[in-house]
Design a binder for this molecule. Structure first.
Ligand SMILES: [Zn+2]
Length: 349
């Protein structure tokens, strides 16, 4: 089968690989839609170290081609979405409620990290009963594919942010994950949502997904403007959706004492992330810093799909570019170099 791989740090391209085989608890899925993620760029850039001919991609939907002998919930022909994170559910970390960290730090992240990803004609799913979900008839593949990572991670930002109903929220960066953080804040009942970015298409989408105010960081001082919008108090929750030291520091500054900084970014460069000492109340302002990696699992995916069935939001508005799998090299370049005001690139198989 054809697969799109990271050949080495900084180099991608097509290769051929055998179709994977399922173990007793696993499934093989024939890919129908996939999304390119900024994490794929971080990986190719060397963010998690060298890899050789590793199939990229972790956001996909498809049709079950084959299941192992112990799989009970799925049959060949089922239309499914698979989580970007596919935990080992028997691991003590999962039993403690931290399934994304099963098997070690970030251990639930297997696709395009410790095993081949989804940018291929077929891909392998470990613990299929627990790590994928059947897509309801009224939800399209084009929408369901957003459940794999974007909805799960973005909503996690709002969930970990412990947003009070009527509370104030700032979402720093309105890329696809930040946009779903904004949508999550709205769904959690925030009373004021401030979206921060500089790209006009992203700011417009932020308003569509629930931002009441937008702040363009190239035109105004983010900290000053958010203080102004919150009567000098700062926000209850700052969702840091970029993954950069400077943005993290802003998040700590704009969060009021007792509030929460919820980070959902991938801090891909630099040795340290810095906490500004005085805005942190010299360590005593009761500002919680919450972190997380995209929650996986069938229950999670089914809940996200329910939001799409119920038309609570339309993630396909984020699809700015569509390419066929054969055009993957061009598709990856658009996503990687953020060309043409790209938000999300959908790949069809
Ligand atoms: Zn992703």
């Amino acid at each position: 089968m054809k697969a799109f791989v990271m050949k080495e740090i900084g180099r991608v391209g097509f290769t051929h690989k055998p179709v994977p085989q399922p173990g007793p608890n696993d499934a093989i899925v024939r890919t129908s839609r996939a999304l390119i993620c900024t994490s794929d760029s971080h990986t190719v850039g060397g963010g998690i170290g060298p890899r050789h001919d590793l199939t990229l991609g972790h956001e996909a939907v498809g049709v079950v081609a084959e299941v192992g002998s112990e799989v009970r919930e799925f049959r060949p022909g089922d239309r499914v979405v698979v989580g970007a994170i596919t935990p080992d559910w028997g691991d003590p970390a999962s039993q403690a409620g931290h399934s994304s960290q099963s098997g070690g730090p970030l251990g639930g992240w297997k696709f395009s990290n410790t095993k081949d990803g989804v940018f291929a004609e077929y891909f392998h799913v470990n613990e299929a009963d627990a790590n994928m979900a059947r897509i309801p008839d009224d939800v399209s593949d084009d929408a369901a594919v957003y459940c794999a990572d974007m909805l799960s991670t973005g909503f996690m930002g709002a969930e970990h942010g412990d947003i009070p109903i009527g509370g104030t929220v700032a979402v720093l960066a309105q890329g696809p994950v930040g946009l779903m953080g904004t949508a999550g804040a709205k769904l959690r009942g925030a009373g004021l949502i401030i979206g921060v970015d500089a790209v006009p298409t992203r700011l417009k989408l932020a308003q569509t997904y629930g931002a009441d105010e937008i702040v363009d960081f190239t035109r105004e001082d983010v900290v000053e403007r958010i203080e102004e919008l919150t009567g000098g108090e700062g926000v209850d929750t700052a969702i840091e959706a970029l993954g950069a030291d400077a943005t993290f520091q802003i998040a700590v500054r704009i969060t009021k004492p007792g509030g929460t900084v919820s980070t959902i970014g991938y801090y891909g460069t630099g040795e340290y992330v810095h906490i500004p000492r005085v805005p942190w109340g010299v360590g005593m302002a009761e500002k919680t810093i919450a972190t997380g990696l995209c929650p996986g699992g069938r229950l999670r995916l089914e809940r996200l799909l329910r939001m799409l069935s119920a038309k609570r939001l339309d993630p396909t508005l984020m699809t700015t570019h569509i390419f066929a799998f054969d055009e993957m090299e061009q598709a990856f370049e658009v996503a990687d170099k953020k060309l043409d005001d790209v938000v999300k690139v959908l790949v069809t198989f």
